[in-house]
Write a protein that binds this ligand. Structure first.
Ligand code: SAM
Ligand code: SF4
Length: 336
């Protein structure tokens, strides 16, 4: 009889980085078309190409059994995926998973905040790039600010441990709202991360190099009105945090260009099609969907391919805003 295969319970790459965080893209679809994320006309994947909820669960479970403690559900817009609550309920019960979190554009949150909280989602990120309805519409192309604000209010009422806002700041479009977004977060006891735009996929509307607003510029704008106290606090992601003195709010900076965070990378992504992406800014990947569909009910094969993929996790990304995008997949497929 063959000896059982010993499967490690930790994921470690060639650079001794421990992978403990997975971002699962549950759909490439979205009810918004944010100008930095998508083109105006998008072709979405046929259903057969997208991982089923059961496949997503199998992937999540395999990662947790391999030592992953945090899963983020993202997309696309995760709340447009039908029956998403089945998945959150199932993942939320996995022993070993310490944090089940979700990133959303907030459009459906009024309806889903309570059920998500009940299903074990402890923290939630809501994207919010503008507090001006007209501008919000322009940046998202379809979004209704009032609906998103109602969603944020519902999330506060649902009692998430922490709610964080995400804002991508673009020069000439919303860089005059940096402090008002901060004040909105402070008034509600929320955290807020500012994200530098990343060159993923072709977009139509602006030149990314011209619109680039560095985290240092955002911080300078904030420091005109607030005292920011650096902290070593982390939420296990790429944000570098500052406390706003005298408030409950933490301001994070996600700075792929100006403060490369690759050396401490602890995460991988699984795209909507089940491609395990080892780096947001590179194409090294493993086809988990093929493994899942070729070996149904065999979680050993799935785990072995996840473990093998650690050997190809690259050292870091090579984003260059001035050049044509090297990475053709949009953030919505990638799982931002
Ligand atoms: N639809 C959800 C949302 O908007 O929050 C989840 C998916 S979205 C792709 C996740 C995050 O990625 C959002 O905060 C969004 O602002 C950010 N994002 C999208 N495209 C980006 C890009 N090209 N560069 C930087 N951040 C981007
Ligand atoms: Fe949709 Fe989120 Fe991309 Fe905006 S950032 S288009 S809300 S997936």
């Amino acid at each position: 009889m063959n000896a059982p295969i010993a499967i490690p319970t930790q994921l470690v790459d060639r650079f001794d980085r421990h992978v403990t965080y997975v971002r699962l893209s549950v759909t490439d679809r979205c009810d918004f078309r944010c100008v930095y994320c998508m083109g105006e006309d998008m072709d979405f994947l046929p259903r057969s190409e997208v991982l089923s909820l059961e496949e997503l669960y199998a992937v999540g479970r395999a990662f947790v059994e391999l030592g992953v403690t945090k899963i983020r559900l993202t997309g696309g817009e995760p709340l447009v995926r039908r029956n998403l609550l089945w998945l959150t309920n199932a993942l939320g019960r996995l022993p070993g998973l310490k944090e089940l979190v979700l990133t959303t554009n907030g459009s459906q949150l009024e309806r889903y905040a309570g059920p998500l909280r009940d299903a074990g989602v402890r923290r939630i990120n809501v994207s919010l790039d503008s507090l001006d309805p007209q501008r919000f519409r322009e940046l998202t192309r379809t979004g209704d600010l009032a609906k998103v604000l109602r969603g944020i209010a519902a999330a506060r009422a649902a009692g998430f441990e922490r709610i964080k806002l995400n804002a991508v700041i673009l020069k000439g479009r919303n860089d005059d709202e940096i402090s008002s977004l901060a004040q909105f977060a402070i008034d509600r006891g929320l955290d807020l991360s500012f994200i530098e735009e990343m060159p993923l996929g072709q977009i139509g509307e602006h030149d990314r190099a011209e619109a680039y607003c560095s985290s240092d510029e955002v911080r300078e704008a904030l420091e005109r009105n607030y005292t920011l106290v650096p902290t070593t606090e982390s939420t296990g992601g790429p944000s570098r945090y500052h406390r706003v003195a005298g408030t409950d709010t933490r301001i994070g900076f996600i700075s792929p260009h100006s403060h490369n965070f690759c050396a401490s990378c602890n995460r991988v992504r699984v795209t909507t099609q089940g491609r395990l992406l080892l780096c947001l800014g590179q194409e090294h990947s493993a086809d988990l969907r093929a493994v899942l569909r070729g070996n149904p009910d065999d979680d050993v094969a799935l785990k072995q391919s996840i473990i093998a993929a650690m050997a190809i996790k690259p050292k870091g990304h090579e984003f260059n805003l001035g050049a044509a995008p090297v990475i053709l997949r949009h953030m919505s497929v990638t799982g931002g």
